[in-house]
Design a binder for this molecule. Structure first.
Ligand code: AMP
Length: 193
């Protein structure tokens, strides 16, 4: 299995790159943001709890996210591997992920972190907000809040993987293809270890 964490702030291009990578490597794309938006749309209890936090640009509690991911991993044991997108977003989530994968004698091969300057992120998110229908992409204050949550709670997750020598930092500015090639090179390196 090849399990990767695609990491980076909101607007870094994780979703776009995941779409290309799943085709190339036959991996399963597991985006916690997409799953949560599905729950909101379906009007489930989880969706109802998550909605107000998502609309405010705040993180959803770890225990809800971890349970949700655990179900997906359990239901997809025949996958060639996973691309985790938007997860883990806290160190507690990263620890829980290691623990759940170890039950299947599996683990994370590496983290690819897309690095993009803040001004560029804000511009990209506002542009995406014109067509995504996502309220959290349309309001500059919510975007600011999401980037602050990332810096406070999520950025430390990079150190968790750095300590395990699994961190690959990649400049996330340039053409989609160029960035994709750099990510693929990092993934090939991970797969060969
Ligand atoms: P995203 O689509 O990854 O930008 O996520 C949209 C929103 O969903 C975030 O702003 C959070 O409110 C919530 N969310 C997604 N993934 C997570 C996660 N791993 N932990 C906590 N909250 C999350």
């Amino acid at each position: 299995m090849l399990n990767i964490v695609l990491f980076g702030p909101p607007g870094a291009g994780k979703g776009t790159q995941s779409e290309l990578l799943v085709k190339k490597y036959q991996l399963l794309h597991l985006s916690t943001g997409d799953i949560l938006r599905g729950e909101v749309k379906a009007g489930t209890a989880l969706g109802t709890t998550a909605k107000s936090l998502m609309d405010a640009g705040k993180l959803v509690p770890d225990e809800l996210i971890i349970g949700m991911v655990e179900n997906k991993v359990k239901d997809n044991q025949r996958a060639e591997g996973f691309i985790f997108d938007g997860f883990p977003r806290t160190v507690a989530q990263a620890e829980a992920l290691d623990e759940m994968l170890s039950k299947y004698q599996d683990g994370i091969n590496g983290m690819v972190s897309l690095e993009v300057p803040k001004d560029e992120l804000v511009q990209r998110l506002l542009k995406r907000g014109e067509t995504s229908g996502r309220a959290d992409d349309q309001d500059p204050n919510i975007i600011e809040q999401r980037i602050n949550e990332y810096n406070d709670k999520t950025a430390p997750v990079a150190d968790y993987y750095r300590k395990q020598h699994k961190f690959f930092g990649i400049e996330g500015v340039g053409s989609i293809e160029e960035i994709n090639e750099k990510i693929s090179a990092a993934m090939d390196k991970m797969a060969s270890v």
